[in-house]
Design a protein around this ligand. Structure first.
Ligand SMILES: Nc1ncnc2c1ncn2[C@@H]1O[C@H](COP(=O)(O)OP(=O)(O)OP(=O)(O)O)[C@@H](O)[C@H]1O
Ligand SMILES: [Mg+2]
Length: 250
């Protein structure tokens, strides 16, 4: 078994996942090192979201083992596991009846319930980290644009100071300009905080720009996992080649 000492934070070993007769992941293996920004791309239904949700225990494998920080997560406390793993999904995820401040402060308040000043400081820092103005803190999610909501979602996911950030097509529903600015922000956050990121996208350009490595999935299997440069210039399979060519055509 790999341990955290060799820098591996996430490891899938012979993971299978089925729904009834439908096999979604087939003998899936993966190793993500500390501080990596792994982007994940592939055909629709190829198992990307399924794979991601297994990292924080929202889904469990049919067989096989997943290690986070060297520990078999099936034997870990699920609440503590999830607290150490930020999770950002498209659009939804904020508490609609809570202000932006309360949304971001939710976890810090749980963690330092006796130290209000600490929570206030944490929220002030996070709102700045994601590039939002402090005057947004008193608003409700419905009073924000889609891009602003995504930023609040990222701030909330970072609030517990997680070692791992899982993102499932987080910028899929925003316009091109907002998307560029969110991409810039998440790159900066990754560099500054040194957090390990696993980021699913449908956009090959986004995958190649943001990722320190790119995982291409098809039909529950890995087609290629490599640096953006290698994916671009040395596609390992016809599937990857076609994906990369599509990026030249748009
Ligand atoms: N609860 C479920 N019951 C049965 N089948 C499911 C369930 N959840 C997902 N699936 C199936 O598993 C497959 C993989 O789904 P998954 O959401 O992981 O795909 P994906 O790669 O994230 O696709 P997309 O790019 O469209 O988001 C799909 O065929 C889907 O229909
Ligand atoms: Mg998905």
């Amino acid at each position: 078994m790999m341990t955290a000492e060799n820098g591996t934070v996430i490891r899938f070993e012979h993971v299978f996942k089925s729904y009834g007769d439908h096999e979604i992941l087939k003998d899936f293996g993966l190793e993500v090192k500390k501080g990596e920004f792994l982007t994940v791309i592939g055909s629709s239904g190829s198992g990307k979201t399924t794979m991601l949700k297994m990292i924080n225990g929202l889904l469990t494998p049919t067989s096989g083992t997943i290690y986070v920080d060297g520990k078999d997560i099936s034997k870990e406390n699920q609440t503590l596991l999830r607290r150490n793993i930020g999770y950002v999904i498209q659009g939804i995820g904020l508490f609609p009846h809570m202000t932006v401040w309360k949304n971001i402060a939710y976890v810090p308040q749980l963690l330092n319930h006796r130290d209000k000043i600490r929570t206030h400081k944490a929220v002030d820092r996070l709102i700045e980290v994601v590039g939002l103005n402090k005057e947004m803190l008193t608003r409700y999610p419905a009073e924000l644009s889609g891009g602003q909501r995504q930023r609040v979602g990222i701030a909330r996911a970072l609030a517990a100071n997680p070692d791992i950030l899982l993102m499932d097509e987080p910028f899929g529903a925003v316009d091109e300009i907002t998307r560029k600015s969110l991409q810039h922000e998440i790159s900066r956050i990754h560099n500054e905080l040194g957090v390990t990121v696993v980021f699913i996208t449908h956009d090959i350009k986004e995958a190649l720009t943001l990722g320190t490595r790119v995982l291409v999935m098809n039909n529950g299997k890995t087609e290629q996992i490599d640096t953006p440069d290698a994916i671009l210039h040395h596609p390992a399979t016809p599937f990857v080649k076609e994906l990369v060519q599509a990026s030249y055509n748009c």
